[in-house]
Each structure stands twice: as C-alpha cells, then as structure tokens.
Ligand binder design. Sequence first.
Ligand code: AHM
Ligand code: MG
Length: 337
Amino acid sequence: MSISLTRYLVEQQRAKGLIPSELRLLLEVVARACKSISHAVNKGALGSELGDVMGSAGSENVQGEVQKKLDIIANDVLIEANEWGGHLAAMASEEMDSIHVVPNRYPQGEYLLMFDPLDGSSNIEVNVSIGTIFSVLKKVDPSKGVSEEDFLQPGTQQVAAGYCVYGPQTTLVLTVGDGVAMFTLDREQGSFVLTQENVKVPADTKEFAINMSNMRHWDEPVKRYIDECLQGEEGPRGKNFNMRWIASMVADVHRILTRGGVFMYPWDKREPSKAGKLRLMYEANPMSWLIEQAGGAATDGRQRILNIQPTQLHQRVSVVLGSKNEVDRVTSYHTQK
Ligand code: AHM
Ligand code: MG
C-alpha cells in the first residue's frame, strides 16, 4: 500500500508530535508548488500555462547572477502558493533582494520560509536535473512584526528542510528532524508517494564532487585532499576514487543521499572576499541538515555549518558535506597546523 506525503505527515504528527498542523499545511503547500514547478520544467521549450519557460529573463538577482525565466516562474509559484494560507509570516528567496512579508489581506502565521526556487538553473537548457531547495524557521518573538532579522537564525533552528529534484523522476526529500524521507511524484495520481524512509549516507566513500576547473584557485587543504584522492591505490588513501560534478547542488546531494560521496564548493582565490559560492540560508543550511539527519556531516571546512550565526540573508559559505569520514578528513586538513 502506498503512503502519500499527506498521510506520512499526519502519522508523524500523531506518533511523534513533530509536525504541528500549521507546519503540515506549509509543507503540503510547498510540495504542491513543487508539482507546478515540475510541470513547467517538464514542458521545457513547449512552454506551459505559466508561459515560455526557456531562456534568460533579461534581469539579474541581488547577487548579480543572470535570472532565467524559470527562476522567476518558480519564485512566483512558491510565493503565490504560500502567501494566503495563514501559516507564514514572511518568505525569503535567492531571487528576491529582501524578504516578502505576507500581505495584510491575509492572516500572518509564525513560520518563515526560505528557498532557492530553482537551483542549478544553468542546467535548464541542457535538460539536466535542477531543483527547489527550502528551509523553514519559526519567528523567535511571535508578538512582534516580522523583519529580516527574524531570519538570521543558525541552521540548528530549522524546523523543516528539504528539496525537490526535477530529474528523470521528480523526488521530494524532507526532514523535520526525525531522519530523512523521500517521496516520488506519481504523475497519474498527482501526489507524492513515500518511496524511502530512514535514508542513510554511508560513512565512507570512493566518490567526490567538486568543480575541478577551479583547482588552481583552491586553498592548500582542498588541494591536498583532492590530490590524495587522485593518487588512487598508489597514494596515501590506498583506494581509487571516482568523480561526479552535475553543477546542480540538488542533484549532487541527491546522489550522496542515495549512495554516499563528498560534495565540496570551497572558498577559492577567484574572489577572496566571498566566503564561497553557495548561500548559507537557503542552500547550505537545508542541505546540511538533511545530510546530518542521514548520518553524514557538513562543515565549512572548519566548523559545523548548522552552528554558523548568520549576519545576512544572502550570505555565502564554503561547503563540505556528505560521508562523515571524508568530511572529517577535509575538515581536519583545514584545522590541523
Ligand atoms: P544557482 O543557485 O545560481 O543555480 O547556483 C548554485 C549552483 C549549485 O547548484 C551548483 O553546485 C553550483 O552552483 C555549480 O557551480 P559551478 O557552475 O561554478 O560549478
Ligand atoms: Mg542555488
């Protein structure tokens, strides 16, 4: 018998009290928005009722990156789906400079939703997996109006996190702090069906993911780690390593949750003042929590990502995540003298 996302959430609520009904509503609405985005992504060059989805939107986001039409469509879908339900106080997105407060015409809830509406969007035209990443926090002081400061909570404070990968299958991956569950979109039924529970990342791996074209810009500890992997059986690691780099974090993290591995997007010398490429609040934090919930680890090379106190909504961070023993090794290369 198949278990729908709704049933899974209701049963989690009943058995463990982990999901208050407002949070359940929020997660169901996010899942519904992901279904619409999946539909638009699938239509590709055919276009959908949401319009022509391919190509550039002719604009840039707050981080100076070119926005694709689908980036904007996915952002609008998530905002429209979530703003009226009464469960949210505000939303923040990679594609919006500042927070989107729930308009006055709707009731305001206590939750804060952050997302990267379409991660890996450089892969849209080439028909390679992309995805939506999301993270949910709770407003610290429910008696006060909402501001950007309410969002600046460390990743340990997340109450739910997940992503939806639009690949050969559309898969929603979720944690509410009690392990990781995966749901596959059944297009005939129109619903997400539980396809894996208690997802575990093996502690050891022979697979790494990093953009090797940046090698000359890396810091010494990263160079050392990758160089040792590349030496294979003849080197200090005594085993051969395989490499994968999809350039969609959702797809790379999905592979690691499925069969292990280590993913790195480290700080590098190209733009030394930037802490890394990936964003802490709606990329690194949700992915780090999922990986930890599956028994893996996530650091910025030195400290646990989830412990970082954010200072800015769109702040960047260096990321090392995946199989625990490999992440510990990379981290020790950074911290040992
Ligand atoms: P995006 O949010 O603008 O799509 O950027 C994030 C993506 C990640 O999904 C991926 O890991 C990385 O950027 C790839 O970067 P690069 O093209 O430098 O390899
Ligand atoms: Mg992204």
